[in-house]
Write a protein that binds this ligand. Sequence first.
Ligand SMILES: [Zn+2]
Length: 385
Amino acid sequence: MISSKYTIREQNESIILNEIITHKEISRATLSKMSSLNKASVSSIVKKLIKDHLVVETRIGEATNRGRKPILLTFNGKESGLAIAIDVGFEYIDGLLTTLDGTEIRRFQLIDTYANKYNIQKLIHQVVEKLTLKLPPTFHGIVGMTIALQGQILNNKIISTTYSNLEEVDLETLLNAEYSYPVYIENEANLSALGEYTFSSDLNNLVSISLHSGIGVGIVKDGKLDVGNKGYAGRLGHTILIPNGRVCSCGNKGCLEMYCSTNIIYREIAEAKHLNKINSDIVLHLYNSNDSKVINMIHEYSYYLSIAVNNTIMLYAPDIVVFNSPLTKKIPDIITTIQSHLKNKYTNGIPVISSSIKWNPVLSGAISLSIQKFLNIEKLKLSSS
Ligand SMILES: [Zn+2]
């Protein structure tokens, strides 16, 4: 049963709360100026936010024009509540618990774990149990949990995934029946983009490219996530790189992810070097040992990725392109090589970077979504700590 605390916050209340979060410390008078709401309305909204334990009066500020010294207001993110993020990766499950200002309380990972339609609920339960052991006291407790998955997801429903038949379970219904707080489901590349927007970027238009076993793009336009009307906008891995090329599971030939997903990169390097085991650390070691075969292969993958980056910039005109991948994090030359191939007059001024988010950016986005929904703030900016 969802209690009344999850009911949607009234719009003016969300506007005022967002101003308080953005400004860290702000007076009622400044809030009135910023929001164009009169002082009486601001005062009554602030009174309600204080009563809801979302805002606290912190200290007396400096007076302006010999007026009364104002009382400054701050978002009570540390004490008001908690949010959960779960990233269901291809071979792991990563969980994070934070306060509502994005401060990490606990992190727990299951590795070498493969989710399927039979075990997914149990695996999520296992991670949540570890995360929620001895919760710090907060006024609202856990306010929401967001599950990140690869694949096409629309309005919390899994339309298709790259995992074992996960679309055959109604995960949203199962999880919302199990937990006392709302549970949301969203695509991992979309959440990465939201994480970049919320925690690390001053920019309002960005794309985040997730380079994993699949390749996806999350798009944030004017602060809002754009998933397309069917939830598969940004499935970059299924854009065609080579006409009539390798057969892809999507039904087409020559898709990008048949040439430079991490699965393909690992498999081809393992074959070329006759290795039984491979991961990003082994690729990094070979690259740093000046293995000319591996260096050439990495440069070729980077060239393929630069074509994808070029096409993405031409379609979405973002202010920045952020990569989320263990490979780009460990081998910065991939990013440099991609940049060197961006030659047209539109793309060569657009920064391409590797994500600098401390956590897995997918988790940051999943935390952000849980908090956004609870506060009813769509364009939320927090700084991670
Ligand atoms: Zn495809």
